[in-house]
Write a protein of this length. Structure first.
Length: 236
């Protein structure tokens, strides 16, 4: 069993900046929704956002430990109980890494931590981010229903899908292909409404679908200096 030091930071994305070390600001709505905060209470969301903005812990891993395992360990540090197949997990932004002054995503969440440490020659510690934004991929709001597609979300991307929140009391993941419920606890009467809307707007939703490629993805805007990373010192 190996152990690596995880240095986790919550970032908020505003236009062309990733920012750490300030309150959630416009990203609080997404954070509050993810955390399941009743009525999106901004004061509670702010307190929790700041509480969980910096987390450092020792993470044991072996040859089979994956990115999903690491993401769930961080989610647990947020006080959220989740499995890799439930809506709590899928609501979170996809985990990303800060390696060699680059922001790196990996769409293959079954990639092992061992592979990452070897590929990027990492030892000692690993910087890890969840990036929250003021624009959580929202598509529509309609009669208590919120349809959205978070960028770089957790979970499998094998089936194009849209997420739906119903009055912050129930949620679900709906296939764009056939309207099938992939996950969640939406009431049956709501499912009928959602399925009808999804199938009517199928072509538009396909255009909205954020296709992910296999392997590691580098944020080119950051790499080219077009997007700033504020409040992070990777040398510390």
């Amino acid at each position: 069993m190996n152990v690596i030091k995880i240095i986790y930071r919550s970032l908020k994305k505003i236009d062309l900046e990733y920012i750490h070390g300030t309150d959630g600001g416009i990203a609080l709505a997404e954070f509050a929704y993810i955390m399941g905060i009743p009525n999106l209470d901004s004061e509670i969301a702010h307190d929790l956002f700041m509480r969980y903005a910096n987390i450092i812990f020792e993470f044991p891993y072996d040859a089979d430990t994956t990115i999903t395992d690491l993401a769930m360990a961080i989610i647990a540090k947020h006080g959220i109980s989740a499995t890799s197949n439930d809506e709590n997990y899928r609501r979170y932004p996809q985990i990303c890494f800060y390696i060699d002054n680059q922001i790196v995503y990996c769409s293959q969440l079954n990639t092992t931590i061992h592979r990452i440490t070897k590929k990027f020659n990492i030892s000692g510690s690993l910087y890890v981010f969840f990036i929250f934004s003021g624009d959580a991929g929202e598509i529509w709001k309609d009669d208590g229903l919120r349809y959205y597609m978070p960028s770089h979300e957790q979970g499998s991307h094998s089936i194009p899908h849209v997420h739906v929140d119903y009055k912050h009391t129930a949620s679900g993941t709906i296939s764009i292909i056939d309207g099938k419920v992939l996950a969640g606890d939406l009431p049956s009467r709501v499912v009928k409404i959602v399925r009808k809307r999804v199938l009517e707007e199928q072509d538009y939703l396909k255009e909205c679908w954020n296709k992910m490629t296999d392997g590691f993805i580098i944020d080119i805007n950051y790499d080219w200096g077009k997007r700033a990373l504020i409040g992070i010192d990777a040398d510390k």
